[in-house]
Design a protein around this ligand. Structure first.
Ligand code: MN
Length: 742
């Protein structure tokens, strides 16, 4: 156990102006407060806060942090109150201890329902002062070092929490040694078998390669000395978890594993890094594709180093990191390391207080900002509450943006989570800098770079590969658009031929004048409608050249009067219940069930049309309303956007029209007319003459000279509806007529 004077001396060594009395008071206070409490190991409880303080002293943190470490369990585990800490040690330390007390109670892995909220609280507590996180990580490290004394069930929870939350957080804060040690303890506890296998393998390799580390160290040192590069070379064996995760990542077996040694060359100046690199590369062969310059391109957590792998003296692959002393401190101590250089730079601030300006800290602030940002509640809700935290992986874009995804998610989900356009144009992915298949399951802390190509359209098969609803519905939408484009192409070919037959040349511009007559918005719409067979090419030709007499006599419109018998008959055959949408003038219920001739429906769920209706010729989709049946929407309905995130509710349906038993379908029109006497009568007569049945008329939105009229009507099909719209648009007093979307 570290003694009081040892701890104080250690702090004074790196922070000569440290408040010695404060440290002594905190030491004595905590020792008394914990009294004769014991740890699970049987050791006096006070040994724990003392060790935590010692870990932080090694990281050279300021006196307030060390005092906080000594006091960190007093409020939670003894009679001490926040008020007492404030009174005895000041508000700064009181706030820090209070932050630690708050997060101690958070259960981050077991109570599913509370995880998201708890994670939120954790981030809030640690973001107010980064020292709370540093003390928490040191606390967790000491608990992990002494984990074997805990009961197995408790051990598992602590290990999971460490692996999923604290180790990645340490990594993100740039504290690599801490991350590695936390991961290693957690790995041993969570996967005992794998841990033993790796340790066993390491033992064998160590025996086989006896003296190898020394030999390589000596070779590197002498070569660098020869080139007059002052350096310190240090070799080390990688940690079992680092080796294990590499095996998993690269899908290699323990037997194939060879590069388990990593060497570090630490030099005084940045230029020396490149000189050392040239010495290494001219002396030994470099392994292709393994060179990375994080000096000119630092990682998001401020990490800088040159990485390379060479084939070493015994034909062994040797991983090398080349960095300056300062880079080394940043790599090891992360956010805490900035404190070491503050005074040297003449910057203000107490020595030993971690910098709030590091990129890692900015990342944390950003994450918390996102949590608190009222504009973006869905983003975070999606991240945390809907998908429970334990079932999530946290990944990062190359720029350090955090992307939270459900477990099992792959780069496709990642791409769509970044942006729909990124997803739609995604062709490949690099995970932690390596090209990987798009189906690779992402893991906590992965850095994912999406490779895009403009020419790409998402294959519809991705719908089943994607895990998130967002990705699936976006793929569905993009596929739909792509299908539409294909129909457009087909329609174009049909029209080119139809025009040729009449010795005309087709051009998209020639359609412009006929758009109104065809009730289409754009030339693309016309071509797509022709491609889908909703619009006859002959009708398009007639619309473009109305002066030309048509070769074929126009077909007579079906003039079938609706008979109650007919409706009832169909209804009985189909066995489907039908509820009319909207407010019809007549009470439909009295007329009994009417059929909806649609294929692709399962079971005997009640079916109805969305408010705007759908008519044959419309591409349609069914939306499942649990407990209420299925609603049919035309695919263009605005209302469908509301279901984009719930692809499981979408049912593929098609029309099943009986030519011998024509049937009418509901539709809704929005017509804007001049406020003139007789306008309404004219509209009614246009619809009546075109054989449309008006169910209901509603006048809304009287603005100045115009009135908007919403008309519920029944038509035979899309072409019939379009004819009616075209007829309305032809009237002078109609300023616009269009289908009203649900
Ligand atoms: Mn503790």
């Amino acid at each position: 156990m570290t003694r009081q004077y040892e701890l104080v001396e250690r702090v004074l060594r790196y922070q000569p102006n440290a408040d010695e009395a404060l440290l002594n008071r905190a030491y004595v206070y905590a020792m008394k407060a914990h009294g004769n409490q014991k740890r699970a190991s049987g050791a006096p409880y006070f040994s724990h806060p003392l060790e935590v303080a010692a870990i932080l002293a090694e990281m050279r943190l300021d006196d307030a942090t060390i005092a906080t470490a000594l006091l960190h369990d007093t409020i939670e585990d003894t009679d001490t109150t926040r008020g007492e800490i404030d009174a005895l040690f000041g508000r700064e330390i009181g706030t820090l201890v209070d932050g630690l007390t708050k997060i101690k109670k958070l259960d981050l892995v077991t109570k599913k329902a509370e995880q998201a909220e708890n994670f939120r609280k954790l981030l809030l507590a640690i973001s107010s002062d980064i020292r709370v996180l540093l003390v928490k990580l040191a606390d967790r490290l000491h608990n992990m070092r002494t984990l074997e004394h805990m009961k197995p069930a408790k051990r598992k929870i602590i290990a999971e929490e460490t692996m999923d939350i604290y180790a990645p957080l340490a990594g993100r804060m740039g504290m690599q040694w801490l991350r590695e040690e936390l991961e290693d303890h957690a790995f041993r506890s969570l996967n005992q078998e794998a841990y033993s296998a790796v340790v066993e393998r390491l033992k064998i390799l160590r025996e086989r390669n006896q003296g190898l580390i020394d030999e390589i160290e000596a070779a590197l040192t002498s070569k660098l000395e020869g080139a007059e590069v002052g350096s310190i070379v240090a070799g080390r064996e990688k940690k079992p978890y680092a080796i294990w995760s590499k095996m998993e990542r690269k899908q290699i077996s323990l037997e194939q594993l060879s590069d388990i040694y990593a060497f570090r060359i630490v030099v005084p100046q940045v230029e020396d890094c490149y000189r050392a690199l040239s010495v290494v590369h001219t002396t030994w062969h470099a392994v292709p594709g393994r060179f990375k310059d994080y000096i000119s391109n630092p990682k998001q957590n401020d990490y800088q180093s040159i990485h390379t792998t060479i084939v070493g003296p015994r034909h062994q692959r040797v991983e090398l990191q080349i960095r300056t002393e300062r880079m080394h401190s940043v790599a090891e101590y992360g956010v805490a390391a900035h404190a070491l250089y503050k005074d040297a730079n003449g910057a203000n601030g107490k020595s030993g207080v971690p910098s709030q300006d590091s990129s890692a800290y900015r990342w944390l602030r950003h994450l918390v900002g996102m949590l608190l940002d009222g504009d973006n509640p869905e983003e975070f809700l999606e991240h945390t509450k809907l998908e429970l935290f334990q079932d999530q992986v946290f990944c990062f874009t190359p720029k350090g943006r955090l992307i939270a995804l459900p477990r099992g998610a792959n780069p496709i989900d990642f791409a769509y989570a970044v942006h729909t356009d990124v997803g739609n144009t995604c062709v490949g992915a690099k995970i932690n800098g390596r090209p990987m298949p798009l189906v690779t399951e992402l893991r906590n802390g992965d850095e994912v770079e999406i490779i895009c190509s403009k020419a790409q359209l998402p294959p519809s098969a991705w719908q089943s590969l994607a895990v998130t609803g967002k990705a699936r519905s976006a793929i569905r939408r993009a596929t739909r658009d792509a299908v539409r484009a294909q129909y457009g192409k087909l329609g174009r070919e049909i029209l080119v031929r139809a025009f040729q037959r009449r010795e005309k040349t087709f051009s998209e511009e020639s359609l412009a004048a006929a758009l109104g007559r065809l009730s289409q918005k754009t030339a693309e719409d016309v071509m797509a409608a022709v491609g889908r067979g909703e619009l006859a090419s002959a009708d398009v030709v007639r619309a473009v050249f109305p002066e030309e007499k048509s070769q074929e006599p126009a077909k007579r419109r079906r003039k079938v009067k609706r008979t109650e018998e007919g409706w009832f008959g169909l209804g009985k055959v189909m066995g489907l219940k039908f509820r009319w949408p909207g407010s019809s003038g007549r009470p439909r219920e009295e007329q009994g069930p009417i059929s909806i001739p649609i294929r692709g429906l399962r079971g005997d769920l009640p079916v109805n049309f969305a408010d705007g209706g759908a008519v044959p010729g419309d591409r349609i989709v069914g939306i499942l309303n649990p407990g209420q049946g299925i609603t049919i929407y035309p695919i263009h309905a605005e209302a469908l956007k509301a279901f984009d995130e719930e692809p499981e509710r979408w049912i593929d349906v098609t029309w099943d029209i009986d030519e011998d038993n024509p049937q009418r379908f509901p539709a809704k029109l929005a017509v804007t007319v001049l406020n003139e006497p007789g306008s309404l009568a004219q509209i009614a007569s246009v619809i009546g003459e075109a054989d449309g049945n008006i169910d209901n008329i509603k006048m809304t939105n009287r603005v100045h000279d115009y009135t908007e009229i919403l008309i519920d009507l029944e038509v035979w099909d899309l072409k019939h509806l379009n004819d009616i719209i075209a007829g309305l648009r032809a009237k002078d007093m109609v300023s616009s007529a269009a289908r009203a979307s649900a």
